[in-house]
Design a protein around this ligand. Sequence first.
Ligand code: ATP
Ligand code: MG
Length: 372
Amino acid sequence: MKVPDTSKWRGWWKGWYGLIPARFIGKTDPLVGLDIGSRAIKLVQLEQRDQGYRLHRCGLKRLYPGMLDGERSPNKSALVSAIKELFEECGVRVTRVAISISGPSVIIKRIRIPMMAMEEVEQYLVWNSQQYIPYDSDELYLDFHVVPQVNPGRKSTQLDLFLVAAKKDLVEQRRKLVENAGLDPVVCEVDSLALTNMYILTDCPNSHQTVLLVNIGASGMNMAVVRGGKPVLMRDASTGGDRYNDRIRSTLHCSEKRADQVLFSQVEERDFLPLLAEVHEEIGGEIKRTIEYLAETEPGGTMDKVLLCGGYARAPGLVESLSRFLGLPVEHIDPFHGVEVDESGVDRDALYNLAPLAAVGMGLASRRAGDR
Ligand SMILES: Nc1ncnc2c1ncn2[C@@H]1O[C@H](COP(=O)(O)OP(=O)(O)OP(=O)(O)O)[C@@H](O)[C@H]1O
Ligand SMILES: [Mg+2]
C-alpha cells in the first residue's frame, strides 16, 4: 500500500482543476490570486524567484454593500466591471486566476478514515460522504487534503483528512462571474487554506509553535491553526467586521461610508471604544471557541499566539482587547514579510494599507495549476 505523501502542503481543489481543459494549462504557469470578498476584491500577482517570491502587482477594489449579491442575480455587470477595472488598474494581463470561497456554503471537517492508498481515498469519500456531511452529495463538490502526520516515521493505521464540501452552485456562480470578466479560473481554494499557504510562504514557520491565523473580513472570519508549518484545524465563523459598522451606524444614524471613516479614524475613536468593545468580545468569543476545540480534539493542543489579518484587523483596540480576553500574545501578520517588492509595479507606501487585506490573495497567488 502506498502511503500518501504528507510532506508537502500546497493547495488543492483537484476536482475543480479537473473541470478546466488541462492541456491548455502549463503546470508551472503563474496564477493571479483573486480574493473576492463582500466588501473588497483583492488582487495579488507574484513572480517565483530562485530565492522565494517577488510581489509583482497588488491592488484592491472596494465594493458597495450588497454588490456581491449580484453574483446570484442576472444583473452582475457592476461586479464584472469592478474585476475588469482592477486588472486594468494593476496592469495585469495574465488571465489565469486562483480564486477562493468561504462562508456558510462551505464545510470544512477534519475526519479520520482507515489507512488506504491515495487513489482510493476519493472513492471512499464519495461512498461515505453522508456519514460526515449530511447533505445530498450531488449538490456538493467534495475535496480533501491529508493532514500531515506529527511523527511521519511512525506507522499509522488511520489517515487524518480535511474534508471540504462546497455547494456546487456557489462554486459555479463564482466561476461564471470571473469568466464573464474575461478570466480563466484555474484553481478554487477555501479562504482558510489560502491563509495557511500565505503563512507558510512568508513567515518561515519552521518552529514548533502553534499559531492561530485569523482573517477578519466584513461578513465573517476565517481561522486556521498551524503547528510547525503544518495545518491542524480550519474553521469559519459568521461574525465579521460588518458588526462594527452596524453598531456605529445604529448609534450615529449615519451612512456605511461614514461609519467606516469613524471606525478607522484616529481622532474620534475614543468616543466609540465602548461600542467597539462589544464587537471585540464577539470576535474574541469565536477565537476562544476555536482554541477550546483544539484543546478538546488534540492532546496538548495549546496555542502560542494569535495572528490577525483582514480588513478589520486594525480596528482600534482590537489587538489589546483580544490579548487580554484570550491571555495570549496577539499580533498583526504581514503577508508581505520576506517578499521582495517590484517597485516598478507596486507602490511601497500603499502596501502598508493593503497588507491586512492581501493575506488570502497572497496565499492564492502562490498556487500553481494542478498542484496539490
Ligand atoms: N486600506 C483599506 N482599503 C479598503 N478597505 C479597508 C482598508 N483598511 C480597512 N478596510 C476595511 O476593510 C473592509 C474589507 O475587508 P476585507 O477585504 O477583509 O473583507 P471582505 O474580504 O470583503 O469580506 P468577507 O470575506 O468577509 O466577505 C472594508 O469594508 C473596509 O472597512
Ligand atoms: Mg474576505
